[in-house]
Design a protein around this ligand. Structure first.
Ligand code: HEC
Length: 124
C-alpha cells in the first residue's frame, strides 16, 4: 500500500499521517485519504516554491505607494525616483532620517526588501 509514493515521502511521515488520521477518527477508505493528503502536501510544496520569488512591484503598491506615490513621484513621502537599490535597502534596513522610517521596516523580510529596492531603482 502506498508503494508508489514511498520514494517521494519518507515512510515515517506516512506513518505519522496515518496515525493522525486514526486520532481524528476519520472513517472511510484510508488509502484514498492518504493519497489525498499526499497530494495536498505536494501542492503545498509547489506553491511555497512559487511564492519564494518576491514581487517587488506588488510590495511597493501595498506598502510604499500610499506615501511615495504609485510611480515614485512622491506624495506625503519624498519622491523615490532615481534612488539606487542600495539606498532604498539601507533605509528599509536601518531607517531613514525621520518618521516613519526612524527604524527599519521590520514587517518586511530580507527577500522582500531586496525585491522592493530593485523595483524602486527601476522607477523613472
Ligand atoms: C507612512 C508613509 C510612508 C510609507 C508607508 C513609506 N514611506 Fe518611505 N518615507 C516616508 C517619509 C515621510 C520619508 C521622509 C523621511 C525620511 O527620509 O526618513 C520617507 C523616506 C524614504 C526614503 C528616503 C528618501 C530620501 O530622499 O532620502 C526611502 C528610500 C523610502 N522612504 C522608501 C520607502 C519604501 C521602499 C517604502 C515601502 C516599503 C516606504 N518608503 C514606505 C513615508 C513613507
Amino acid at each position: 500500500m502506498c508503494q508508489d509514493f514511498s520514494a517521494l515521502i519518507p515512510r515515517s511521515m506516512l506513518l505519522t499521517m496515518s496515525g493522525k488520521l486514526r486520532n481524528f477518527n476519520i472513517q472511510g477508505d484510508s488509502n484514498s485519504m492518504k493519497r489525498f493528503i499526499i497530494a495536498l502536501f505536494v501542492v503545498g510544496l509547489m506553491s511555497s516554491m512559487a511564492l519564494a520569488a518576491e514581487d517587488g512591484a506588488a510590495i511597493y503598491k501595498a506598502k510604499c505607494a500610499m506615501c511615495h506615490g504609485p510611480d515614485g513621484a512622491g506624495k506625503s513621502g519624498p519622491a523615490l525616483k532615481g534612488q539606487s537599490a542600495a539606498a532604498v535597502t539601507a533605509v528599509l534596513n536601518n531607517g531613514g532620517k525621520k518618521a516613519p522610517h526612524t527604524k527599519g521596516m521590520a514587517a518586511l523580510t530580507a527577500d522582500q526588501i531586496k525585491a522592493v529596492s530593485d523595483y524602486v531603482a527601476t522607477l523613472k
